[in-house]
Write a protein that binds this ligand. Structure first.
Ligand code: NAP
Ligand code: GDD
Length: 433
């Protein structure tokens, strides 16, 4: 269908590992015929019960033979492909030979920065990254995209993912984050893809909220503390329910905070690395933060998307906590990022009067602004990912120190570029929230 198949041998002659290789599929040839331009064969994939029409060289294959064909092994559909995790997961899946489809929202400006390096011109033959317009609040659109793509795997990464913003946009957050998951699950049922399509739901440690025990595992009771956390809890349980009610292969990954150089600029980790880098480059004077005492279990997004994929490769669908098992405060994140820039940040005062001073420059580089406090806060999160270690064989490969260093380095590059532009008399916009 996509490429000229390479009939190689009967099944018995093909080594098993070649048959099951990542880009190879074994098909029984059920019929052979001639079209106007090509010969074709209808190959039946016995494992999945699917038929594929294959374009073949004339007379190169006969009925009843078995062929190993090189095709993209699987099709994945990602909601939220333009976000942090979407970008890392798309790259990961493309490297594994997947055909990757992503849903992106219509925006008045380009919104594909994070995946531009993966982008393929729509005119390219056999491209493996395809974007579709859509929105998690639009059921008809989701049904149409899923019907067109017929994915083997759906990763529901799309969400209004900012906790503080969810207090301002509670209804929208519920619509996109809670009902969005339901719409996807229903679409799978409506189209009749229950036995084909595996579903991943991006659940979150925010569901533990006011934590009932430490560390938090798959069995820890939930106590969400924001409209975002509550919406995600609905999505989590509806995923579990559809698995139990309809036998869907549906998994929830309960992921703790994970960051990277392409993290959204208003999440605290990126706000710190970007803010301090810009202060260091002379572009800004001070970084304003909220609760410096909050404790988080911060990992690297690159490690976490690998776990998302692993969950959908298991024989049975299950839910997993993904975390590093290590905790740091916002205050410590600031200190580490500062150190990496050659700053020595020490703290003085308390409450909203607390300041962070860089002893090397003698400047106040951090102040507290109560506007960043939340009506209800999640004070502490610490994950126990031992089930993922045991069942998935997953462990984080990148340390907290590596994460901070990578983020600071990239933000320093951006800041230096902006500083050069400003030195040459051009305006550099200052973006804050
Ligand atoms: P992110 O960077 O904020 O990306 C969110 C993605 O969702 C973006 O592509 C965004 O599109 C899209 N989106 C937002 N509203 C949408 C809607 N109504 N319809 C369709 N798409 C929509 O988030 P992330 O950090 O990659 O996180 C991925 C997922 O994991 C999210 O569901 C998040 O809640 C969850 N999660 C994240 C973490 C973490 O620490 N990163 C931890 C646990 C769970 P635009 O680019 O157009 O805005
Ligand atoms: N955003 C932000 N901005 N947070 C701040 C600030 C600030 O200026 N100052 C302190 N914080 C504190 C927040 O109050 C929170 O306790 C902590 O830093 C982390 O905030 P965020 O980085 O915004 O992340 P989050 O923990 O609220 O939510 C993220 O992680 C969740 C998983 O636990 C998001 O990625 C969610 O989508 C994700 O589900």
């Amino acid at each position: 269908m996509h490429r000229t198949p390479k009939p190689r041998a009967r099944q018995s002659e093909i080594p098993q590992n070649e048959l099951l290789g990542e880009r190879s599929e074994a098909l029984d040839v059920g019929a052979v015929g001639a079209g106007r331009h090509n010969s074709f064969a209808i190959g039946v994939d016995r494992g999945r019960g699917r038929a594929r029409v294959l374009t073949i060289e004339r007379a190169s294959i006969g009925r009843g033979e078995q062929v190993a064909v090189d095709l993209p092994l699987k099709k994945a559909l990602l909601t939220g492909i333009t976000g942090q995790d979407g970008a890392y997961l798309a790259e990961f899946l493309l490297a594994k030979g997947y055909e990757v489809h992503g849903i992106k929202r219509r925006s008045s400006s380009f919104n594909t920065d994070r995946i531009d390096h993966l982008y393929e011109d729509p005119h390219t033959q056999g491209r493996r990254l395809v974007l579709h317009y859509g929105d998690l609040t639009d059921a008809a659109n989701l049904i149409r995209v899923i019907q067109t793509v017929r994915p083997d795997e759906i990763y529901n990464l799309g969400a209004q993912s900012h906790v503080a913003v969810s207090f301002e946009t509670a209804e929208y957050t519920a619509n996109a984050d809670a009902l969005g998951a339901l719409r996807l699950l229903e679409a799978i049922r409506i189209i009749g893809l229950q036995s084909r399509t595996r579903f991943y739901q991006a659940s979150t440690s925010e569901m533990f909220g006011k934590v009932q025990e430490a560390p938090q595992s798959e069995t820890t009771p939930f106590y969400p503390r924001s409209p975002y956390g509550v919406a995600k809890l609905y999505a989590h349980w509806i995923t579990v329910n559809y698995r139990e009610a309809y036998g869907l292969f549906a998994c929830s990954g309960i992921l703790f905070n994970h960051e990277s150089p392409i993290r959204g600029e208003t999440f605290v980790s990126r706000k710190i690395t970007r803010g301090l880098a810009r202060i260091h480059a002379g572009l800004e004077q001070c970084l304003y933060l909220g609760n410096l005492d909050a404790l988080r279990d911060w990992g690297h997004a690159r490690d976490y998307v690998r776990a998302q994929w692993l969950m959908l490769q298991q024989p049975e669908p299950q839910d997993f906590v993904i975390a590093t098992g290590e905790q740091h405060s916002v205050r410590e994140f600031v200190e580490r990022a500062g150190e990496h820039l050659g700053m020595n940040i020490v703290w003085s005062g308390s409450g909203i009067d607390e300041i962070g001073i860089d002893t090397r420059s003698q400047k106040v580089v951090v102040r507290v602004d109560p506007r960043y406090f939340r009506p209800t806060e999640v004070d502490t999160l610490l994950g126990d990912a031992s089930k993922a270690h045991r069942v998935l064989g997953w462990k984080p490969e990148l340390t907290f120190a590596q994460l901070v260093a990578e983020m600071v380095n990239e933000d320093m590059d951006h800041a230096e570029r902006d500083a050069i532009i400003r030195r040459h008399g051009y305006r550099v916009p200052t973006r804050h929230e």
